[in-house]
Design a protein around this ligand. Structure first.
Ligand code: ATP
Length: 498
């Protein structure tokens, strides 16, 4: 048996670099259009990555829809342009950004605020105060900003003060001062045209979220499935946002997948269901093995809630670059259905048979990113350990998420071992994604599977020839047990379903 001697601690940015490099080397994730220099903010999932992503989505689908009160939906990506007017995206789905006139770098205002250190911020704010001292209106605004959690960002977002503040800041890229343009709103939706004529009447958007497909189908789903409140509609699929900053690997990309569920409730039951889904969603990540100490809620303070929300929380994961949202849970009230009712002119009211009342239900939303969760699961699974003087990189995925469930390894390529191994492989393939490997020393083959996150390695050895048993090595403990060939399928099923 191999013994783990020491778990190596890396510094955080080193870890992210290692994960990105492993992801490429082992075929989890490639840069999109790499041979042409790549396309910023877009990534391709390779052979192992596509399995991991599918498993995450599959587990989400099962967890969310294998219930009597949740139905599934797959709405189209292109929707009527009025949907995005009703939702507020045409008007509000914008990020304020500034350009440096000198070096042409573009920054989102909140990111600019993150880049500048506290000492510099203090100095810049002092300079700003001195420059506006004569203008009592600006001084009042300046003072009010200090009542908020982040005065610097508040001032940057204020139309009157931001230009003055920007004049005091050096561009983080070229270092020049006073070179920023004023902040402009930049809509994050991708536009395209429907039909052969490329004019403004033919503009449609690539959906920036999957939720709207659910809202507009609320009554279709309710009446066809004969659901009564409370019930939910779940959907997963691609979403597109023309993000200005796309750093940190898969965290913020321009094309990504969402896993969203909208739960329709009586307005008076909103709090109960909000709390329920908040618990339930955190539990999903924990059940799939994500480290509990790297998960937390970030409840949105009342003054920072989105225009549609009554209550909201983010489930955050501690990535190597810090805490980041992986899922949002929102009480969206009756905002969405009311808006669609108003813009479409069609009633979206629900008729409650018990009370004989007609009303617009409230919506509790759980909105997760499949790609962002992918990054969280990948990061969380990554370990480096020293085993007998050698380093091993291992991805400790929950067996349900692991891209390959088992590898079948003949100890040597003779004495009938390959034939037995091939038969085992053929049998297991009917049920599991498995991998056959007969190249190199068995220790090296184990390492290759550790790095791919394969939870079990099945080795056919000399004893197999005598008693029809194989060794099954556990990826994490590296312990080996002997299992009858006839029982392997059952053994794997039990272990994977844990
Ligand atoms: P952020 O503030 O990080 O941009 P958001 O609050 O805009 O996120 P939501 O609109 O609530 O995010 O989207 C729900 C989920 O979709 C997020 O929790 C995240 O997992 C995922 N998501 C959103 N934008 C992106 C993106 N650009 N790339 C990858 N995943 C994303």
């Amino acid at each position: 048996m191999e013994i783990i001697i020491e778990k190596k601690e890396n510094n955080r940015s080193e870890i992210l670099d290692k994960i990105v490099s492993l992801a490429k080397r082992r075929g989890f994730v490639f840069q999109s259009s790499e041979i042409y220099g790549g396309l910023n903010g877009c990534w391709d999932y390779g052979p192992l990555g596509v399995e991991l992503l599918r498993n995450i989505k599959e587990e989400w689908w099962k967890w969310m829809t294998f219930r009597e009160n949740i139905e599934g939906l797959d709405a189209s990506i292109l929707m009527h342009p009025k949907v995005w007017e009703a939702s507020g995206h045409v008007e509000n789905f914008t990020d304020p950004m500034v350009d440096c006139k000198q070096c042409k770098a573009r920054f989102r205002i909140d990111i600019l605020s993150e880049i500048i250190n506290d000492k510099k911020k203090k100095k810049v704010l002092e300079e700003l105060r001195n420059s506006i001292i004569e203008d009592s209106k600006l001084v009042d605004k300046f003072t009010d900003a200090f009542q908020t959690e982040d005065p610097f960002s508040t001032i940057l977002e204020d139309q009157d003060l931001s230009m003055k503040l920007l004049q005091e800041i050096n561009c983080p890229q070229c270092g020049n001062k006073g070179t920023f343009t004023s902040a402009r709103q930049f809509n994050l939706m991708f536009k395209t045209f429907i039909g052969p004529v490329e004019d403004s009447g033919a503009v449609v958007y690539l959906r920036p979220e999957t939720a709207q497909g659910i809202f507009v189908n609320f009554l279709n789903v309710q009446s066809s499935s004969r659901q009564k409140l409370p019930f939910g509609i779940a959907q997963l699929g691609k979403a597109f946002r023309n993000e200005i900053n796309t750093k940190n690997f898969l965290f913020r990309t321009r094309e990504f997948e969402q896993m969203e569920m909208q739960f329709f409730v009586k307005p008076t039951d909103d709090k109960k269901w909000y709390d329920y889904w908040k618990d339930e969603r955190l539990q999903w990540y924990k059940n799939l093995g994500m480290s509990e100490n790297k998960l937390r809620y970030h409840d949105h303070p009342k003054d920072k809630l989105a225009h549609y929300a009554k209550e909201a929380t983010d489930i955050e994961y501690e990535f190597p670059f810090g805490w980041g949202e992986i899922e949002g849970i929102h009480n969206r009230t009756d905002f969405d259905l009311s808006r669609h009712e108003e813009f479409s002119g069609k009633s979206l009211k629900y008729f409650d048979e018990e009370s004989k009342e007609k009303f617009i239900p409230y919506i509790i939303e759980t909105s997760a990113g499949a790609s962002r969760s992918f990054m969280a699961f990948l990061t969380d699974a990554y370990y480096e350990e020293e085993v007998k003087g050698e380093m091993r990189s291992v991805l400790r995925f929950h067996p349900k998420l692991a891209p390959i469930k088992a590898a079948i390894l003949p100890l040597v390529n003779k004495d009938g071992m390959p034939e037995i191994s091939e038969k085992i492989e053929k049998d297991l393939r009917k049920k599991f994604k498995v991998f056959y490997d007969d190249k190199g020393a068995v220790g090296r083959r184990y390492r290759r599977q550790d790095e791919a996150g394969t939870p079990f390695c099945i080795t056919v050895d000399t004893q197999t020839l005598e008693d029809q048993t194989v060794t099954v090595r556990d990826r994490d403990s590296m312990e080996q047990v002997r299992v009858q060939i006839d029982n392997i399928s059952l053994y794997l099923t039990d272990k994977i379903s844990l």
